[in-house]
Ligand binder design. Structure first.
Ligand SMILES: *Cc1c(COP(=O)(O)O)cnc(C)c1O
Length: 429
């Protein structure tokens, strides 16, 4: 299996090379050069998630140096449960927040780190450089902890993340360094981009990225959605519909791709917040990226979803989706309306609201799974005032709070970042 760029202007590469590179050199995103067909033997609902993932993803790894490692990669990545809850009114919820940092980003970050650990060299480790304002940085830091051939350096903007978010970025041990940048999120992204564009720095520090365009983050999302679809299909005899809160379109694209590969998945309803790019495209057929708008479902605040390029690279009959836009007042109303039965995070609430807008006949046709992408505790500042109650931390997030925190501080400047990368072990603050 070879991987080619969505822009068609870069040489084909192996899976290992695509994972190591992140984006293609022509600015496009890597996809397999032909659609891998799922091995029918892989579609066994009796398999555990790691075993299922190893079968489902085998075609991607065929012929790659990582091929013999696939089972171990899956075993190291899928270490927590993925329940499909049933609510009192029959709604189904795909609970993706049982990982160590309480959001579905754990799946992608852990799988990618397991791959990078096997592609790196402990004598000269890879460095994952990530600029983050939200869930990704915590998931990447957690996933990198304890590795030898890959380290993580996470840049975050001073004073722009919530106290819990900061703790979740700064609580990981070697080889993870959390770096507070004196600037805003755009400054963090600017210096990360400048570092990647600097050949001397990328080579000296073996820089690599963990952002959501990495094929190494998409594959595990394809696998768990195929697994969940298969479980619901086996239970009900009908292909389930998925309702997916969408930002960069990583999760949503992975569902579309898993379906194209043969997973028994029915309609896919992508749900956005007030960032209307995808909803406008679905309505008008024309795609116009724009600047992002801040909403309470902030992990979905994306005006130019990067994985859109991958979606339109698929044949039209394979990429059918519908899009529903849910604004902040509707997200809040959904959290309030449902909280006695189920507590949604703002992203998951957007999906629950979109599901409730489906017409009853469409809902009755099949099981529908609403993706719950983060634990509500992570958004307690938004939710508690709405419901008038405090939210208890689940065990994984309570464990994060009990860890000591340490960070480095730099000005928003590339030379300061280079000096930090060159310095040895981290300094406790
Ligand atoms: C990242 C994220 C999303 C959006 O996922 P994409 O793959 O970017 O579309 C939704 N909900 C939560 C909680 C997230 O962290």
């Amino acid at each position: 299996m070879r991987f080619t760029s969505t822009r068609g202007d870069a040489p084909p590469v192996t899976l290992s090379q695509a994972i190591r590179a992140g984006a293609a050199p022509d600015g496009g995103l890597y996809l397999p050069d032909r659609l891998p067909a799922a091995d029918p033997a892989a579609l066994d609902p009796a398999l555990s998630l790691p075993d299922f993932a190893a079968c489902f993803l085998a075609p991607f790894f065929a012929g790659d140096p990582l091929e013999p490692e696939l089972a171990a990669i899956c075993a190291g990545a899928f270490t927590f449960p993925l329940p499909i809850a049933t609510l009192a009114d029959g709604r189904r919820v795909l609970e993706l927040f049982h990982g160590p940092t309480g959001a579905f980003k754990d799946f992608g970050a852990r799988f990618l780190m397991e791959c990078l650990e096997r592609l790196g060299d402990p004598a000269h480790p890879l460095t994952v450089l990530a600029a983050t304002s939200g869930d990704t940085g915590g998931a990447v830091g957690c996933a990198a902890e304890g590795h030898a051939a890959v380290r993580a350096v996470i840049l975050y903007p001073k004073g722009r993340v919530s106290p819990f978010q900061e703790h979740q970025l700064t609580c990981w041990d070697e080889p993870v360094r959390a770096v507070e940048v004196a600037g805003d999120f755009d400054d963090c992204q600017r210096i990360a981009k400048a570092a990647f564009a600097d050949v001397t720095m990328t080579e000296r520090f073996n820089l690599t990225s963990a952002n959501s365009i990495s094929i190494g983050r998409l594959m595990p999302q394809m696998a768990y959605q195929a697994w969940a679809a298969l479980r619901l299909f086996t239970e009900t005899g009908t292909r389930p519909g998925f309702v997916i809160p969408t930002g960069n379109l990583g999760h949503g694209f992975a569902a579309v791709y898993a379906r194209a590969m043969g997973a028994p998945l029915g309609p896919i309803l992508l749900v956005t917040n007030e960032n209307a790019t995808l909803a406008d495209w679905a309505r008008s057929g024309s795609y116009t990226p724009r600047a992002s708008i801040a909403t309470i479902a902030n992990a979905m605040d994306v005006g130019a979803p990067s994985n859109f390029e991958r979606l339109i690279a698929l044949a039209p009959e394979l990429r059918e989706v519908t899009v529903e836009l849910v604004d902040d007042p509707a997200i809040k109303a959904r959290i309030v309306a449902d909280h006695a039965d189920y507590l949604w995070c703002p992203h998951s609430a957007a999906a629950a609201e979109a599901y409730s807008r489906l017409d009853p006949a469409t809902r009755a046709e099949r099981p529908w799974a609403i993706a719950a992408t983060a634990h509500p505790y992570k958004f307690a500042d938004v939710i508690e005032p709405l419901i008038g109650k405090t939210i208890a931390a689940p065990p994984a997030l309570a464990a994060i709070l009990s860890r000591p925190s340490h960070k480095d501080r730099i000005p928003a400047d590339l030379r300061a970042l280079a000096a930090l990368l060159a310095a040895g072990s981290m300094v406790a603050v």
